[in-house]
Design a protein around this ligand. Structure first.
Ligand code: GLU
Length: 309
């Protein structure tokens, strides 16, 4: 089997040379300013070995990757009752689609499309004041990554708050069906801010370790969630983590993964590794273009696809 560090370095070099970089997200003005020529990759193995390359220490906006962690927190608060508010089927439509919500009477298809994540954020908010809810989400990220320097990029949050008209529409629409309990502006305020958490690939790979190791963080030995819950979160990541590109991601990469419009992807090789990749340019489905290609190469060279070598 090839050496992990060598593979990670090779892939970062290969990605640096490519000219097809996708398009940075333009609908959030602050993200439109990010340099698309960046690429970072960090992999943390079961024994804690870190292999990292490229811009692996540059913080980026994790955006929808935060939805994995808000789902984990909300399941911890309300348990399986969460699934009365949100489904767990792939959507087959874009991440911010309004149409599906009308057909399905305000119940979002899954917790990773925007509507679903907003409904999950609302469940967390119901247990707190808005600032406390956000503080709890941020502290959870810091705890998982064992790094209390992780912060929220207030400019990204403000940028989305000014322009997130579609998310406002989704939240109001769900509210009309009784799926949102709190004032829409509070729920969205928390949602925009957790999407604006800024992390490096190295920090993100550390935060995802519990998903790769049956709910336990191997560095502390502490249980974050039960093994069954980690397995199920991974299942939802595999089927829904890349919006309308989830099938393609499973086909090419073969790992549970969650993307964000900041260009990051968190991927989980169960029992083996937690992986974070970042390349800001997106493909047509809103997923990192080079991030996906890099992960495809990584799993192929290391034989890490959950579907076999
Ligand atoms: N904050 C972004 C939005 O609500 C998240 C989308 C994403 O990362 O896919 O549009």
């Amino acid at each position: 089997m090839p050496n992990l560090e060598t593979v990670v370095r090779e892939i970062a070099d290969e990605m640096r040379q490519r000219s097809d970089r996708g398009e940075v997200a333009r609908y959030i003005p602050e993200l439109a300013r990010v340099d698309p020529n960046q690429f970072g990759l960090a992999v943390i193995g079961a024994d804690g070995t870190v292999a990292a390359a490229g811009d692996c220490d540059v913080p980026f906006s994790i955006q929808s990757i935060s939805k994995v962690f808000t789902l984990t927190l909300a399941l911890g608060m309300v348990g399986d009752r969460l699934w009365q508010r949100v489904g767990r089927e792939p959507s087959g439509s874009p991440f911010n689609s309004v149409v599906q919500l009308e057909y399905e009477r305000g119940i979002p298809r899954n917790p990773f499309i925007n509507a679903g994540a907003i409904a999950v954020t609302d469940l967390i908010l119901s247990r707190h004041q808005p600032r406390e809810a956000l503080g709890e989400i941020l502290r959870f990220m810091q705890y998982l990554a064992q790094d209390n320097t992780i912060t929220i990029d207030e400019e990204v949050a403000a940028s989305e708050q000014r322009t997130g008209f579609r998310n406002v529409a989704l939240a109001n629409y769900m509210k009309s069906f009784g799926v949102i309990d709190n004032p829409v502006e509070y729920t969205l305020g928390v949602y925009f801010h957790h999407c604006a958490i800024s992390m490096t690939c190295r920090q993100l790979a550390a935060a995802g370790r519990f998903l790769a190791h049956s709910g336990r963080d191997p560095s502390t030995g502490l249980s974050v969630v039960q093994a069954e819950r980690a397995r199920r979160i991974n299942a939802v990541m595999l089927t829904c983590g890349h919006y309308d590109g989830s099938g393609e991601f499973a086909y090419r990469v073969g790992l549970p993964g969650k993307s964000g419009v900041g260009g990051g992807i968190l991927a989980v090789a169960p029992g083996t590794a937690s992986i974070a990749v970042w390349a800001p340019g997106l493909d047509a489905a809103g997923n990192s273009h080079l991030g996906r290609i890099a992960l495809e190469r990584l799993t192929k060279r290391l034989g890490w696809s959950i579907f076999g070598e």
